[in-house]
Write a protein that binds this ligand. Structure first.
Ligand code: HPA
Ligand code: ZN
Length: 324
């Protein structure tokens, strides 16, 4: 089964580039930028990756991102993730990046997007991995701040496919970002959002009805509401499920109790993704292998999930055929 998963061509649809910062690369970049970090060794840092909830993780994740300063840092971060994709036979990836995490620290939008997009262009040629970029707004910040980010992105519009919504979900409902999503759609960005990871089914409803999202990041809590499940199926929206993230952040207590199989049996379209692989203990294949084992998924089910990853990607329909 491991070999079957390894050999399957796959796409990753839920991935935060800042969440791919492995402890060794973090140390390397901190050193060359002359930055002090509050850990002495890679092992000490890795030990701090023990979370009780989403916010615990976010505190460490934003702290880690502080070492990223120069275009080269964003390039190295992205290229090393794309190398991992190539090793795991991930042929296409849709990468989220959080511009506000960096612009808040005085790093320019241009530095961030140029480093990331140059790495993507090089990886497409050298490694045969294609990518699209998703600019994610941080939901713990104001809508006004998101508007500022939208403005900053416009000179680089050709490099960005979609907008997303991430960070602390509870208390920051999709309705807070209605206007900036409307403006983003008017600029040609495809709307996506995290919903139903820690937030209830209401947040998933809002993301669909008020933001018009075309895919649901996580979406676990849609299972609280039968009408919502029917609506998601009706609209043919896929869920980007992140099994190891869900157990690391205690969204699910044990992989054996993960609702992925139940979702498939209900007719929901699911994909398997790594979310923040440096923090949650595994890349795409590790997520496939762990959930396959926990839920005893068969080869047809695994194949269907991998197929969904291309089917529900943002690749142009005509180009999709080259992957399927
Ligand atoms: N949820 C919300 N925000 C995030 C996540 C996540 O899983 N990863 C990085 N930012
Ligand atoms: Zn995420």
């Amino acid at each position: 089964m491991k070999q079957f998963i390894q050999n399957l061509p796959k796409a990753e649809l839920h991935l935060h580039i800042e969440g791919t910062l492995e402890p060794d690369l973090l140390f390397k970049i901190a050193k060359r930028n002359n930055l002090k970090i509050p850990y002495n060794t890679v092992e000490e840092l890795a030990k701090a990756y023990n979370f009780n909830c989403l916010q615990d993780f976010l505190d460490i994740y934003y702290q880690g991102a502080n070492v990223l300063i120069y275009e080269q840092d964003f390039y190295d971060l992205t290229y090393s993730y794309l190398k991992k994709c190539a090793e795991q036979n991930v042929r296409h990836t849709e990468i989220m990046f959080d511009p506000q995490t960096h612009t808040k620290r005085g790093i320019s939008f241009k530095t961030v997007i140029t480093g990331i997009s140059n790495a993507c262009a090089d990886a497409e040629v050298n490694l045969g991995v294609s990518s699209l970029l998703i600019m994610s707004y941080l939901r713990h910040l104001s809508e006004e701040d998101a508007f500022k980010t939208l403005q900053e992105s416009l000179p680089f519009k050709d490099k960005i496919t979609a907008v997303g919504l991430d960070s602390s979900e509870a208390g920051n409902p999709p309705s807070k970002f209605m206007k900036v999503f409307e403006a983003s759609i008017n600029e040609g960005y495809i709307p996506l959002a995290h919903a139903g990871e820690e937030g209830d089914a209401d947040y998933v409803w809002e993301a669909i009805d008020l933001l018009g999202i075309k895919r649901i990041d996580h979406g676990n809590n849609c299972l609280q509401d039968e009408n919502l499940i029917a609506d998601i199926i009706d609209r043919d929206l896929a869920l980007t499920i992140c099994p190891l993230s869900n157990t690391a952040l205690k969204v699910v207590d044990d992989l054996k109790n993960h609702p992925l199989k139940k979702m498939m049996d209900l007719g929901l379209k699911v994909t398997i993704n790594s979310d923040d692989p440096a923090y949650f203990g595994g890349h795409v294949n590790d997520n496939y292998i762990a959930i396959q084992k926990a839920l005893n998924l068969n080869k047809e089910e695994i194949y269907q999930i991998a197929k969904n990853s291309f089917q529900y990607s943002l690749i142009d329909d005509l180009k999709k055929e080259e992957y399927l």
